[in-house]
Design a protein. Structure first.
Length: 665
């Protein structure tokens, strides 16, 4: 165990590379530039004898040792970079990264003097350069994915082509590769964290990779940002700088300006905890983030900070002991910077075009929020009349009308200034948005009072339990005390209470869950209200198909299964009990022709086919209750397949990757 007085040495391994990239913006406003390329770079470094024995290559003729630094070793770039830095240390007007050497000068004479010094040093140290790959005295050069011109810094055409031709990702690895390419060029894109928010969600280990229209729109938008990336100005230490910042619900944005010209953009996404900060805390964090990102340029200089949050001007003038602990920590870190803070209205703020502003905003501006609203809006517009009814009810609801007013004009400074009806929205006010006459909490529609009873009835149309109804509501709708209202509705449902089971069987041992949809299925029969049904359940998604049967012959059942297989495909394995029908020659021939493996449950113990038996109990309860309440059994089965399971999507989503015919739509 380490003693309290001991020290642990740590370092930022990315710091040197970050500073190297920042040096692009210094002193490159030059008329002449030269790119030199080291020939067979690594192979110019000799290896010591003890190192040579550790670097071997296997050939058909035996194993040989490298006498020179080989390619492919993790440490080779670092060793070579250290050697090349030692060679050219002390020379002005030069940038060296591995085998690419950039020489620049503001005048032709300055450039030539520096180039001669570099060539003389290379000759003296025995460094061989490639004449074919070198470019001597040019105005524009390609260097590490950037174009360096006299006008400024821009994205290399090759990088633009690679990103613009990138196909839509089919898995997390491909998406991560794309985001890595975009992030490398992040200094050219304003508020990158907001633009990539919906895509980064797919990389979470807790989320399944499902590529929908929303992700495709964000993907295409990022491509457009790269194709239309601006030319950034070079940083001039003699000019005063401005850091323009802003905060949205999900991210912070900043841009470094000199005059009207942008030098670099920066952004960062907010953590779950930071998203719950008050607005003034987010705005101060945006200033701190901008200073951190541009520390290399602004530290030790006097600069200007632009913000559209006017209360910050008075806040930073207060004694630090009067601030909250969180604001104190941020203010203390800002003390090392020397800046003047000015208020700029949101419409004139440089980065405000891509950040969501709560007051006065009638649409969702960030791509992430647009995608969230578009998802809910697409669901609602499946019924134009229902959407118009919801918009009208929202407009006439006094409670929601007040919320919309606060969104446009700003919320009071304290919850005490709110009416009791609106107070439940205080803690979630930063997550509420107004879109086309409707209110949303994130991606959930806020339902007006006039329509809540109708929505509750649709939630419970399949007469499912409290937990199932609450899970279904969590991703689609919201109003204060929603979960409690669902609980009361289910507990007061006379049909559910009348036919609730008095006892519960012991849990059955389930089959191993397949990895693919419709790979393993189970079939059986159930009887409800004098009718007989054929049930087919997918063991992967728990999706259920039910067909009413008028005959229980092998030929009839085989024909019914073929109809189902036309929709979902042929499974690899089929489970059934040991009934005579499933042991008939007709059924065996059907299984053989369709190349399925037929597995039967234990004789005299059908419960061994546990998932089928459990689903039969569930279906019996649903169909019986629907019959008693004179409901539509087809609607009930659709809602059952659309109901998310515990910690899992709904059966319909797992089988088809989307809801189908959800009543709440």
């Amino acid at each position: 165990m380490k003693s309290p007085s001991s020290m642990r040495l740590e370092g930022n391994v990315a710091e040197n590379w970050a500073k190297f990239k920042q040096r692009f913006t210094f002193y490159l406003e030059a008329t002449e530039k030269t790119i030199l390329d080291a020939s067979s770079a690594f192979l110019q470094i000799p290896l010591a004898e003890e190192s040579s024995k550790l670097c071997t290559i296997a050939t058909p003729f035996g194993r040989y040792c490298f006498c020179r630094l080989p390619y492919g070793l993790a440490s080779s770039p670092e060793v070579y970079q250290k050697a090349i830095d030692n060679i050219f240390s002390g020379l002005e007007g030069i940038l060296v990264y591995i085998d690419d050497i950039l020489v620049y000068g503001k005048t032709e004479e300055e450039h030539d003097i520096r180039l001669k010094s570099v060539l003389d040093m290379a000759r003296k140290q025995g460094l061989n350069l490639s004449k074919e790959k070198s470019q001597i005295k040019v105005n524009s050069v390609k260097y590490l994915g950037y174009n360096l011109t006299s006008e400024g810094l821009s994205v290399n055409v090759d990088k633009i082509k690679a990103i613009s031709e990138y196909k839509s990702p089919e898995n997390k690895a491909e998406l991560q590769r794309f985001l890595g390419m975009v992030t490398y060029l992040g200094k050219f894109i304003s508020n990158l964290s907001d633009k990539t928010g919906i895509l980064r969600q797919l990389l979470s280990k807790d989320n399944e990779f499902i590529w929908s229209d929303n992700e495709q729109r964000a993907f295409n938008h990022l491509k457009e940002c790269i194709v239309n990336a601006p030319v950034l100005s070079y940083y001039d230490p003699s000019k005063r700088s401005t850091v323009s910042v802003d905060a949205s619900q999900y991210g912070l944005g900043a841009v470094l300006l000199q005059g009207e010209n942008a030098v670099a953009y920066a952004s960062v996404s907010l953590t779950d905890t930071q998203q719950r900060y008050s607005q003034i805390e987010k705005e101060l964090l945006a200033i701190l983030n901008g200073c951190r990102k541009f520390h290399y340029y602004i530290y030790g200089t006097r600069f200007t900070v632009e913000t559209d949050h006017k209360p910050l001007l008075g806040l930073l003038k207060k004694p630090i002991e009067k601030l909250s602990p969180r604001l104190q920590r941020m203010a203390l870190e800002l003390f090392k910077y020397s800046f003047d803070i000015v208020h700029v209205p949101g419409k004139r703020l440089y980065v405000a075009d891509a950040l969501s502003r709560a007051p006065g905003s009638d649409v969702l501006n960030t791509p992430f929020l647009e995608a969230g609203a578009a998802t809910v809006h697409a669901v609602l517009t499946s019924s134009k009349e229902k959407t118009e009814q919801l918009q009208q009810a929202t407009e006439e609801d006094p409670e929601l009308s007040m919320v919309k007013t606060y969104l446009k004009e700003g919320w009071p400074s304290s919850i005490q200034h709110l009416t009791p009806e609106v107070r439940p929205y205080w803690n979630i006010k930063s997550e509420i948005h107004h879109y086309e006459g409707l209110l949303f909490l994130g991606r959930r529609t806020i339902i007006p009072k006039a329509m809540r009873e109708e929505v509750l009835m649709k939630l419970h149309v399949a007469h499912q339990g409290i937990t199932s109804c609450q899970r279904k509501a969590t991703n689609t709708i919201y109003w204060p005390n929603l979960m409690e209202d669902i609980k009361k509705m289910v507990e007061c449902c006379q049909t559910c209470q009348a036919y609730q089971r008095s006892n519960t069987r012991q849990p059955l041992i389930p089959h191993e869950v397949p990895t693919l949809p419709w790979e393993n299925i189970g079939i059986d029969f159930l009887y409800v209200n004098g009718d007989e049904f054929l049930q087919v359940i997918d063991y992967h998604s728990k999706f259920i198909e039910v067909k009413k049967v008028s005959s229980k012959t092998a030929e009839y059942i085989v024909s019914a299964l073929k109809q189902i297989f036309r929709t979902h495909g042929i499974p690899k394995q089929l489970h059934s009990d040991n009934g005579p029908l499933f042991n008939s020659q007709v059924f065996h021939k059907f299984v053989q022709d369709y190349e399925m493996k037929h597995v039967t449950s234990s004789p005299c113990f059908p419960q061994s086919n546990g998932m089928v038996e459990r689903s039969i109990e569930t279906l019996k309860g649903i169909l019986f209750k629907v019959h008693q309440s004179q409901g539509d059994p087809n609607l009930a089965l659709i809602e059952y397949n659309n109901t998310p399971k515990q910690n899992l999507p709904s059966p319909a989503e797992m089988l088809m990757e989307e809801f189908y015919g959800l009543l709440l739509q």
